[in-house]
Ligand binder design. Sequence first.
Ligand code: GTP
Ligand code: MG
Length: 361
Amino acid sequence: MEPEEHSMEPPATPEEEMPLTAAPGPAGCQLFGYVGIEAVLDQMKVKTMKMGFEFNIMVVGQSGLGKSTMVNTLFKSKVSRKASQPGQEERIPKTVQLQSVTHVIEEKGVKMKLTVTDTPGFGDQINNENCWDPIIKYINEQYERYLREEILITRKRKIPDTRVHGCVYFVMVVPPWGGGHGGHAGVMVVLGRLRPLDLEFMRRLSKIVNVVPVIAKADTLTLEERAEFKQRIQEDLKTHAISVYPQEDFDQDPDDRALNDRIREKIPFAVVGADQEHQVNGKRVLGRKTKWGIIEVENPAHCEFPLLQDLLIRSHLQDLKDITHNVHYESYRVRRLNESNRPELSSPNGLPGKGEGGSDL
Ligand SMILES: Nc1nc2c(ncn2[C@@H]2O[C@H](COP(=O)(O)OP(=O)(O)OP(=O)(O)O)[C@@H](O)[C@H]2O)c(=O)[nH]1
Ligand SMILES: [Mg+2]
């Protein structure tokens, strides 16, 4: 059989070396250079706008550090523009059980369902052993719920997502003189460093969720103290190999790394929470009124709440969701499905029999 004339010939002209997508079409139209795949961006945008998306945050930390106040701060800040009643002074009660607040935020046609889960503070007991159990159980339960929907033969096109995408962990740093933040005088800790309880809690959490540590009640610290504590906390996290968000391992490229390095230098953010509005220079601002003036929570010159808000709601929102899905949920999923292959653990629905939606991991 005669070999085909052109089959083994090297490409004669540069045009013949072009990849298939850029080759001239049958009608001879020239598509070199511009293909137009960027149109996919518009399609993705339209799809996201139609579907909307869910974003879930959780606040965790010792009792009385301002978690519930921070939940209100997030909802009353410009994130949700939910106006507070002027003059309404409500004392936030102690949180005794996990509770979620959801608010749908719509901006330029994009809908975000933001849920913030508030948790009871810990550390009050003489024995704080296993105080992380309810929090870890809740996080795993949300993975379990998602998994149970995902493995159905006829599954929903869009599985409701209650998984925790970001866990804001409030650390208490007791300054060297031992007093600490309001109401915590006398707690014995290694001065100016992270407490063993916080280290252990964050170590466990960071394995299953994106942890964003913050220094609570930063208005009680001088600027020097803030900087010093921040550095010590960074050292403590490094020494104990606790990988908080944004994790170095997941930086995707040098640009990503450069951006995240700048964030890592600033973590933990020194935040202030407030749910009262005050009048400053003719504008209503969220802040804490003191004898000396108003600490504005949304003013970057006053505290780092704007950095936290920016990271969570703006710059890293999609990344937090991606890491939750691709890393944390994925390892949960693999573990659970492996377990369900072991007959002694299987329940009739194919997953380990740990009760409805429950996981005791
Ligand atoms: N100085 C200062 N006080 C704050 C700040 N945030 C909250 N507080 C005060 O701290 C106290 C406790 O605040 P909560 O928000 O109830 O604290 P929590 O962490 O939810 O407490 P639990 O539910 O008991 O764990 C309240 O009196 C708040 O006004 C802050 O940033 N700075
Ligand atoms: Mg609370």
